[in-house]
Write a protein that binds this ligand. Structure first.
Ligand code: ATP
Ligand code: PRP
Length: 228
């Protein structure tokens, strides 16, 4: 029997947005991943199974070969660093921006050593280092928007999509750190050992992720209306 291909997918919104793309490649889990208590889900595609795990764990599973491929956010990959992985495909889903944000009137003069709250410690350190700014980074695990409101930090680095969460908390976006979308990652050894199957799957996912003519037309149409 041939060894199965295991795909690790981030729980939550990435899973929801990945399922239609996976389905186009015949990868439909046998049980609803949101309801099932099974951690390994066989799929309708022979020899392909899914594991649905926390976003931050996906690169670890793929790095160590516990999963051959993974689907996770660029934000998570920027933190992981990419050891042992290839990142061959941008699926263009779960798009958002990693941004510096804060209170509109907060003091941010260059001389002041900022306190920055974030769950993205590595990206934050790189961003401020590139600007030659020394900052104190406070690691949080969620609800970063709260930190400036209660005096824990001068600003935050977090994900922004519609801007609704910032606005609801009286915060403003200040600067872009990185554009974020979900990527397919591949274990380096699996790319060699299971080359044909991995490449075939990547081609199918690329095709599934490509915007259809209809999407392109409706985007052009929306763009044409914007300047009016
Ligand atoms: P966990 O609970 O495992 O820490 P999470 O609560 O961050 O994960 P989600 O909110 O589902 O889980 O986000 C997972 C991924 O989705 C993020 O790593 C990012 O790539 C993307 N993402 C997060 N927030 C948004 C957003 N508002 N809009 C679009 N994509 C987002
Ligand atoms: C993410 C992110 C922001 C919010 C931004 O949180 O951490 O708080 O989305 O999106 P917006 O700009 O459209 O408001 P999420 O909804 O995933 O909640 P969580 O951080 O509690 O998982």
């Amino acid at each position: 029997m041939i060894e199965p291909l295991t795909i690790a997918v981030s729980k939550g919104r990435i899973l929801q947005e990945s399922l239609p793309l996976l389905a186009q490649a015949g990868i439909v889990p046998v049980e609803d991943p949101d309801r099932s208590r099974r951690l390994i889900l066989p799929t309708g595609r022979a020899g392909v199974r899914l594991v649905v795990i926390r976003a931050a764990d996906v690169p670890t599973y793929v790095q160590y070969g516990a999963a051959d491929l993974g689907i996770t956010g660029k934000d998570v990959l920027l933190e992981h660093g990419g050891a042992g992985l290839y990142e061959p495909l941008d699926l263009g889903i779960a798009r958002c921006r990693m941004m510096v944000a804060g209170l509109p009137d907060a003091a941010r003069e260059p001389g002041i050593r900022l306190r920055v709250a974030t769950k993205y410690v590595a990206s934050t350190r790189r961003y401020f280092a590139a600007q030659g700014r020394q900052v104190e980074i406070i690691k949080l695990y969620g609800s970063m928007e709260l930190a400036p409101l209660v005096g824990l930090a001068d600003c935050i680095v977090d994900l922004v999509d519609t801007g609704g969460t910032l606005k609801a908390n009286g915060l403003v976006p200040l600067d872009l750190v990185a554009e974020i979308s979900s990527r397919v990652i591949v274990n380096k050894a699996a790319m060699k050992m299971k080359h044909d199957r991995v490449k075939a799957l990547l081609r199918e996912l690329e095709e599934a992720a490509r915007p259809s003519d209809r999407d392109r037309r409706s985007r052009r149409h929306a763009g044409a209306g914007e300047g009016r």
